[in-house]
Ligand binder design. Structure first.
Ligand code: CP
Ligand code: NVA
Length: 305
């Protein structure tokens, strides 16, 4: 039985297997029914969501299962019932537990008490389901992942930056984080990503020069400068404005570069409207691929149980 709490919970071979399955399932959307019964998947949210909520609910249904979507605030979890008690109640009734919460230690506590797979639907530290969808999008647009360079600009210390480091290193990519001092990735995550990259033929670097980060990149990615639960918007905007993904900065990337953003996007801050809506943007395919990538992940996880 396996959990998916952060990107490197899948080995390179397993990640490739899930992405192959996602591609096949996208082509035959209603042809896979591993949750027929229906088996139920609990999908819990301690933070707001549009894409993750919809894609898990739709995906579980398309797999023949029953999605049980619960807002943390409307459950006893939100009133302080221990995470481990919640896990022990849920695991006797559901096939998997998907949870969006704050600290990574919370989802680790859920997983440690659960005998069914637990999936991270975003924590403060990681957003691994998003990276599976992003890798599926890169494969579709550019034909491969290994050997390509992904530049991530902006808050290098947030969940997306950390997941790009681990997930794209697992996929054999070269990951460059462009972020100012004070917004650089967690050193432990950076070291772990470097160790993975050494095995897969990828590489990881974190720099403060946005042009150096983007130069020649095949994929340019960004994310909000103010993640859910963070404050200090004014200070963050001032520090991160040089890292805005705009036409001028994108001009330093490879000619056929694609642009990714997990959404929601804040036009005029981390990305300009012309780039988000322009020909390089793959963001709507990326959002759709949440559905296919997570269906493949759930299929794979329940198959391991
Ligand atoms: N990208 C993403 O996770 O979006 P939501 O917050 O809408 O789920
Ligand atoms: N870094 C963002 C991602 C949103 C999908 C956040 O945590 O709010």
């Amino acid at each position: 039985m396996r959990h998916f709490l952060k990107d490197d919970d899948l080995t390179p071979a397993e990640q490739a297997e899930v992405l192959d399955l996602a591609e096949a399932m996208k082509k035959d959307r209603f042809g896979y029914r591993p949750l027929a019964g229906p088996r139920t998947v609990a999908v819990l949210f301690d933070k707001p969501s549009t894409r993750t909520r919809v894609s898990f609910a739709v995906g579980v249904g398309e797999l023949g299962g029953l999605p049980l979507v619960i807002d943390g605030g409307s459950s006893q979890l939100g009133r302080g019932e221990p995470i481990e008690d919640t896990a022990r109640v849920l695991e006797r009734q559901v096939a998997a537990i998907v949870w969006r919460t704050s600290g990574q230690e919370r989802i680790e506590a859920m997983a440690s008490a659960s005998h069914v797979p637990v999936v991270n639907a975003l924590t403060d530290e990681f957003h691994p389901c998003q990276i599976l969808a992003d890798l599926q999008t890169v494969r579709e647009r550019l034909g491969r992942t290994a050997g390509l360079t992904l530049a991530y600009l902006g808050d290098g210390a947030n969940n997306m930056a950390h997941s790009y480091l681990l997930g794209c290193a697992t996929a054999g990519m070269n990951v460059r984080i462009g972020a100012p001092p004070g917004y650089q990735p967690d050193a432990v995550v950076l070291d772990r990503a470097a160790a993975i990259a050494a095995e897969t033929g990828g590489s990881v670097t974190a720099v403060s020069d946005p042009v150096a980060a983007v130069a020649g990149a095949h994929v340019v990615a960004t994310d909000t400068w103010v993640s859910m639960g963070q404050d200090g918007k004014e200070e963050r905007v001032a520090a991160l404005m040089p890292y805005q993904v705009n036409a001028e900065l994108l001009g330093h990337a490879a000619g056929e570069a694609i642009v990714l953003h997990c959404l929601p996007a804040y036009r005029g801050y981390e990305i300009t409207a012309d780039v988000l809506e322009g020909p390089a943007s793959a963001v709507w395919d990326q959002a759709e691929n949440r559905l296919h990538a997570q269906k493949a992940l759930l299929h794979w996880l329940v198959g391991q149980a």
